[in-house]
Ligand binder design. Structure first.
Ligand SMILES: [Zn+2]
Ligand SMILES: [Zn+2]
Ligand SMILES: [Zn+2]
Length: 211
């Protein structure tokens, strides 16, 4: 009787005697498909011993399988328990991180707000505003002096004195450029509808009022 199993490799095949899957290494198609435990079972006169050995074999195999199954169940339980613990830990971590992120966001907003409300910042803003008003006040004064004392026709100051002999004109000479810049800036503020430092009788203010 020949078999159809592959040759020259380790295979697990059901033994034709005990019917249990057993390791085989066939070298010929005419090799008997009978395991090493069963080689002495062949022959009708040995049937009693053969049956007893088969029962023992199957009983031990069943016990092994049972143990393996119990082990597998225990392992799976342990694995599931571990996963549960991991999941709980992860959920806790997510909650913790969410709380931290939410807290930091609130803290960030509060931080910016408190910085804006900071006394130093407020004081600096107030000082800047104060300085700006003082400059406006001084420049408006200079502007009035300049309105009375600027170069007019025929080498004369607008006040009537000869150019070069007017002390007021000479006094404001170093400030004329700064005055022009300030005037330009404030006219732009006025035309933009913003707060400006021009005096009420400045031509730009009068023109704006007429318009
Ligand atoms: Zn066998
Ligand atoms: Zn057998
Ligand atoms: Zn003058």
């Amino acid at each position: 009787m020949t078999h159809a199993h592959p040759l020259h490799v380790d295979v697990e095949v059901a033994c034709l005697c005990c019917l249990a899957p057993q390791p085989f290494h066939f070298t010929s198609l005419s090799d008997q498909v009978v395991c090493s435990l069963c080689v002495h079972h062949i022959g009708a006169e040995k049937s009693e011993r053969r049956d007893l050995e088969h029962v023992k074999l199957w009983a031990s195999r069943w016990a092994l399988a049972e143990t393996a199954h119990a082990d597998y169940i225990a392992e799976t339980d342990a694995l599931l328990f571990g996963r549960d613990k991991d999941l709980t830990a992860l959920r806790d971590q997510v909650a913790e991180l969410s709380a931290i992120v939410a807290g930091q966001f609130t803290a960030g907003i509060e931080g910016v707000r408190s910085l804006l409300q900071n006394d130093l910042v407020k004081r600096a803003e107030r000082n800047t505003e104060l300085a700006r008003r003082q400059i406006d006040w001084a420049m408006a004064g200079i502007w009035r002096i300049e309105a009375l004392h600027h170069d007019a026709a025929a080498q004369k100051c607008s006040c009537g004195r000869m150019a070069g002999s007017c002390d007021e004109s000479a006094a404001i000479d170093p400030l004329r450029q700064a005055l022009l810049d300030w005037e330009k800036k404030n006219v732009a503020l006025l035309q933009g509808g913003r707060r400006h430092g021009l005096p009420a009788d400045h031509p730009a203010v009068l023109a704006q009022r007429i318009r």
